[in-house]
Design a protein around this ligand. Structure first.
Ligand code: PLP
Length: 494
């Protein structure tokens, strides 16, 4: 079927209702191909959804879903309803129009095609920025690495490494080392109001593996999944890699807007939320919204993934209870990580799953990578059981709170006319809103040139945010670094 995009430009999109893939996915695929081979050039306006649906004899939802997916993956920009365009800033090498002869050249016999899932994964990983080396201010998500109690840690490592028990050197249960699972269950009850038995706790190699297991076990290609907008790129990439249909769930000052998301997609299979500390805006999901979310999930028979990545660090009032503790229907999967509370390279986290999912998750874990390192798990179990974990958290809470205060004071002094830095009661970063009409991506690029990492809020968004902002991580940097970097940021933005 040929779509007329603009005068003279026709794009052929074969749509076959009898094919295995859903129609929206076939349309998405055709449009994506058109963008990649240059038939749809950067900046070109796509037809309105109603008109295109009529032209293709498909439902408007089919077109809406294809456009939403392309918006989510960054191929399109704009707003459905008021103009959708091929993204103007796609990397040139992605969209270079190659001569037809080159395009038609057969794939060399030795170059094997990726699987459909492999192709999706290879593409989605570009959404997760990874950087190695020493973190520099104000890269978010970095805890105070210099203040970690390595003397205690090394003592525990030595205890297990000097003469390891053969149990620690052999294979272990795929769900994890039993003493660590017990220690986590015992910690989560009082600290986070999570209701679970140790059998429900699966040790992962971090939240990202937890997300990967969740999508493998609970999502089929084409299934709809709500993701917060703005939200965590790691979850978007994991869902895209599974071929899921991303649905942008807007976030306001009360957290994810359940009514708006369910109006947009009432029958999602799964929803991902960060209730205690929305990433990246920092707001908390209100009780009203928590109840509405659980109620909707129950009616829609959907799963709720609660990512509780940094709520140990709450600076005002009592720690907030987790959403999982309010769930009486066995719908919430609770994700935790030691990346923020200890350090990211440890690669240890945990997943608390409802009792009826334990068997499937344990079986899948055995296939995926069998298990995490038992020796490391034994060290972390001792760290928790001997009280070092809680002492470390308490110490870091005071330190991070001082660092946030330093950042806010320095920002008020140096960045007054440029950014409005807002205090945040939880976590390791805060939002600094752009004053004036400057694009946040331009501000972030100017900061990077001056050696400062300050990611733009819009790079975490599916739809352009109402107001631009920069994320400023403070927990991993000492007060001197913070003051100095704020000064350099101010210079860069001026
Ligand atoms: C929202 C969110 N979830 C989870 C994580 C931690 O991921 P992992 O446990 O894979 O290191 C991060 C780290 O930046 C995050 O920002």
């Amino acid at each position: 079927m040929a779509i007329r995009i603009r005068k003279g430009a026709l794009l052929t999109v074969p749509l076959d209702p009898a094919a295995g893939a859903p129609l929206f996915h076939q349309l998405y695929d055709g449009l994506r191909r058109g963008i990649l081979d240059g038939t749809l050039a950067p900046g070109v306006r796509l037809p309105a959804t109603r008109g295109l649906a009529r032209e293709l004899s498909v439902s408007r939802n089919t077109v809406l879903n294809a456009y939403e997916q392309l918006l989510a993956e960054g191929y399109l920009e704009g707003k459905i309803g008021s103009g959708t365009f091929v993204h103007r800033t796609l990397p040139e090498e992605m969209t270079q129009v190659r001569p037809t002869s080159e395009r038609a050249r057969p794939i060399p016999a030795k170059r094997r095609a990726l699987s459909r899932r492999g192709e999706l994964l290879a593409r989605s990983s570009s959404a997760v920025p990874w950087r190695s080396g020493t973190p520099r201010p104000f890269r978010p998500g970095i805890p105070g690495l210099d203040d970690f109690p390595f003397d205690i840690w090394m003592r525990l490592v030595a205890r297990h490494n000097r003469r390891p028990l053969s149990q620690l050197l052999s294979y272990d249960h795929p769900a994890g080392y039993a003493p660590l699972r017990r220690a986590i269950a015992a910690h989560l009850g009082p600290a986070r109001a999570v209701h679970c038995d140790p059998e429900q706790v699966l040790i992962t190699t971090g939240s990202q593996q937890g997300l990967d297991l969740i999508v493998r076990i609970l999502l089929d290609p084409g299934d709809a999944a709500w993701v917060e907008d703005p939200g965590y790129p790691g979850v978007r990439a994991a869902f895209q890699g599974a071929g899921a249909r991303l649905v942008a769930a807007p976030v306001d000052e009360c957290g994810v807007d359940v009514a708006a998301a369910s109006a947009r997609c009432p029958d999602a299979r799964l929803v991902y939320v960060t209730p205690s500390h929305q990433y990246p805006l920092g707001v908390t999901l209100s009780l009203c919204r928590r109840l509405a979310l659980l109620d909707w999930a129950s009616r829609a028979n959907a799963w709720v993934v609660e990512d509780d990545y940094d709520s140990e660090f709450r600076y005002a009032g009592r720690p907030l209870a987790a959403l999982q503790g309010l769930d009486h229907d066995g719908r919430v999967l609770y994700l935790g990580t030691f990346s923020k509370a200890l350090f990211p390279s440890l690669r240890l986290g945990y997943l608390v799953v409802p009792p009826d999912l334990v068997g499937a998750f344990v079986a899948a874990r055995a296939v995926v990578d069998r298990q995490a390192s038992t020796l490391t798990q034994a060290v972390v179990a001792d760290f928790l059981n001997e009280g070092h974990f809680l002492r470390h958290i308490r110490r870091m809470r005071t330190l991070y709170s001082e660092r946030q205060e330093t950042l806010l004071r320095a920002a008020r002094r140096e960045l007054g006319g440029l950014l409005e830095a807002c205090p945040c009661e939880t976590g390791l970063h805060l939002m600094a809103w752009i004053k004036g009409s400057r694009e946040d991506k331009d501000a972030s690029a100017a900061a990077a040139k001056a050696g400062i990492d300050a990611p733009a809020l819009s790079s975490y968004c599916i739809h352009k945010p109402k107001r631009g902002g920069l994320l400023l991580g403070y927990a991993g940097y000492d007060v001197r670094q913070i003051r100095d970097s704020v000064r350099r940021l101010a210079l860069a933005l001026r």
